[in-house]
Design a protein around this ligand. Structure first.
Ligand code: P6P
Length: 343
């Protein structure tokens, strides 16, 4: 890029720029920049504003609590899970850029009927929703891939079962003390804070970078006896180093704190559930794209998450993500475990 041409450089994007203007200015950075991807991102942002409004009033509108149904994972769906799924799916269908969607809340691929759409989206419409009733931050997580099947035809399984390194956009919305949209399109990570009085996401965290090391670890230690020896030894290592334990049961919130301050989030496998709980396509891959773009790392304990070839829509993997040096340290303990028990 011509060093004198600062039109596209994120460095000219001052805090206070709206998401819309940021997208427009950076459109040329999108692979195959033809405007569709920009519009797709705007569609996601619109749905996020609507979901944010619903969540902030949940306690008043009797839309909190259980929906009385389960998703394909057998997890109880909250009313807001279903609402968020409808809002994001509808925005993506109406936007026209997406030919297919996979969602934590839907068993199968959603064919949007937009056969001319060049993209597919994998999403967790509302992660951590069991925390809604107790007013703890929750999040939406999304991944965007370019379809591999011919434009003009229905979405296929191959369009959605792509490895994470083929993502073109990944992001999350954190419905917290303030609502933020954080995303990457492969040129760094930028965070936008929602200003309700304007109805706009405003650039507040340009060029986010995760510290290469930190002193916070996020893990459900209630399961410690079921973790592998390597994970247990790493948790002991954290205590010896006097790290802080911070785990609020809402991955997007735990991840966001670690992204800003440095730290590591782990949802390992256990003796009974060796692949853990978190889903590769719409939880692990999007956060992995973001963390790598911010200078961090993520693995399943054995390999880079974004190199895993998905085999099922709702495939689960053990998940370790955060500051590069902390993820490397876990890998060291797991490697020693492999040697000791001769896996
Ligand atoms: P556990 C929420 O249900 C979630 O998917 C993540 O947001 C969170 O980190 C994890 O599960 C909590 O799971 O088993 O520790 O309660």
């Amino acid at each position: 890029m011509n060093p004198l041409d600062t039109s596209k450089s994120p460095f000219t994007m001052t805090i206070g720029t709206t998401l819309d203007r940021f997208i427009h200015r950076h459109e040329q950075e999108f692979a195959y920049a033809t405007g569709e991807l920009s519009q797709l991102l705007r569609d996601i942002a619109l749905a996020a504003k609507i979901v944010n409004r619903e969540i902030s009033r949940a306690g008043l509108l009797d839309i909190a609590g259980s929906n009385g149904t389960q998703n394909i994972q057998g997890e109880e769906q909250q009313k807001l899970d279903v609402m968020a799924d409808i809002r994001f799916t509808r925005a993506l269908k109406n936007g026209g850029e997406v030919c297919g969607v996979i969602s934590e809340e839907q068993d199968d691929i959603i064919d949007t009927g937009n056969y001319q759409g060049k993209y597919v989206v994998a999403m967790d419409p509302l992660d951590g929703s069991s925390n809604i009733d107790v007013n703890i931050s929750i999040g939406t997580v999304f991944s965007v891939y370019r379809r591999v099947s011919e434009v003009g035809t229905p979405v296929t399984l191959e369009d959605v079962l792509q490895p994470g390194h083929r993502q073109v956009i990944a992001g999350y919305i954190l419905y917290g003390t303030s609502t933020m949209l954080v995303y990457t399109s492969g040129n760094g990570v930028n965070g936008f804070t929602y200003e309700p009085s304007l109805g706009e996401f405003i650039l507040s965290h340009p060029r986010m970078q995760i510290p290469t090391k930190g002193s916070v670890y996020s893990c459900n230690e209630g399961q410690v006896n079921a973790y592998s020896p390597g994970i247990r030894e790493y948790l002991n290592y954290c205590k010896e180093k006097n790290y802080k334990a911070r785990y609020i049961g809402s991955m997007v919130a735990d991840f966001h704190r670690n992204l800003l301050k440095g730290g590591i989030f782990m949802y390992p496998g256990t003796t009974d559930v060796p692949n853990g709980k978190l889903r590769l396509m719409y939880e692990c891959n999007p956060l992995s794209f973001i963390v790598e773009q911010a200078g961090g790392k993520s693995t399943n304990g054995l390999k880079r998450v974004m190199d895993i070839q998905p085999e099922k829509l709702h495939q689960k993997i053990p998940f370790i993500i955060g500051s590069a040096e902390m993820v490397d340290k876990v890998s060291e303990f797991l490697a020693e475990e492999t040697v000791k028990i001769g896996k």
